[in-house]
Every structure is written in C-alpha cells, then in structure tokens.
Ligand binder design. Sequence first.
Ligand code: MG
Length: 161
Amino acid sequence: MSGAVIRVGQGFDVHRFSADPGRPLVLGGVEIEAAVGLEGHSDADVVCHALADALLGASGLGDLGQHFPDTDPKWAGARSVDLLEEVLSILGGQGLVASNADCTIVCERPRLAEHTPEMVGRLSALLGAPVSVKAKRAEGLGAIGRVEGIACLAVALVTQA
Ligand code: MG
C-alpha cells in the first residue's frame, strides 16, 4: 500500500449461552465471575471475535472464520485474546496497525458496566491503541433480550505502521 492508509472495518459476533453452568464467561479477555459462559469452539469471547473481524475487515484480509476455522481442533478451547493477537500479527505482516476501535456489547444479563473498564485496559494494551467498550441492554427484545446469548458490534480503524 502506498500513501496515507486509513481504513475502517466493522465486526459483529453473537454466541448463545452454554447449557453448562460451569463454563466461564469471558468478554474482552476478562472473566466475569459468577456468570454462565457462552457456547463456542473457542472461549466464545464475542468481544474479541467482533473486534478481530473489524480489524480484518479494515485490512481487507477476510474474516476470523477463514483464519481460524471452528472445524480445526487446533483452536478448540482457544483463548480469543490469543486469536486477536494472531490477527494483529497478520495485520503487522501487511504493514498495518490498529489505530483505535470501539465495541458495543449487547447483553441483557449479567450487568457489565463494572467490568468494561478492565476490558478497555486489556484490549487497549493488546492493540497498542485506544479501545472503547460499551455495554447496552436489549430492553427485553428478541433473543438477546430473552437472555439466550450475547452479541457484540465493533468498528476499528487501521493505518499504515
Ligand atoms: Mg464468535
């Protein structure tokens, strides 16, 4: 790429709650105590997945599923912060870095407000760039409102290293 490169990307992810009450809930790399986790091949961290897809989208480098197929046993039980770190190194290989990102978690329960600052710290350190994390309730509407799962939306800006 030549010239000043400033690219925006968006990401979305959703996972249903696990039937296993012992499964940990991990969001933005932070384990939320006393909450049931999400179903998934990896740790099902929807925040990391949405953020990784936003970064890949901004970079024109496909999506998370292409790089880390959920049919690949290598990624079973993977920590999604590790996948996110992999994505950042894929970007780095193209001379790209994250400039900033903004995430919105859509979650009826548990309440996440007290956990978002820790997610911000974790993700900002990982990206080496400011990451914002906001939590919104679904106001009882739809599958998320019925507490069937948690979704996350993300946008990311990527620039030349
Ligand atoms: Mg996912």
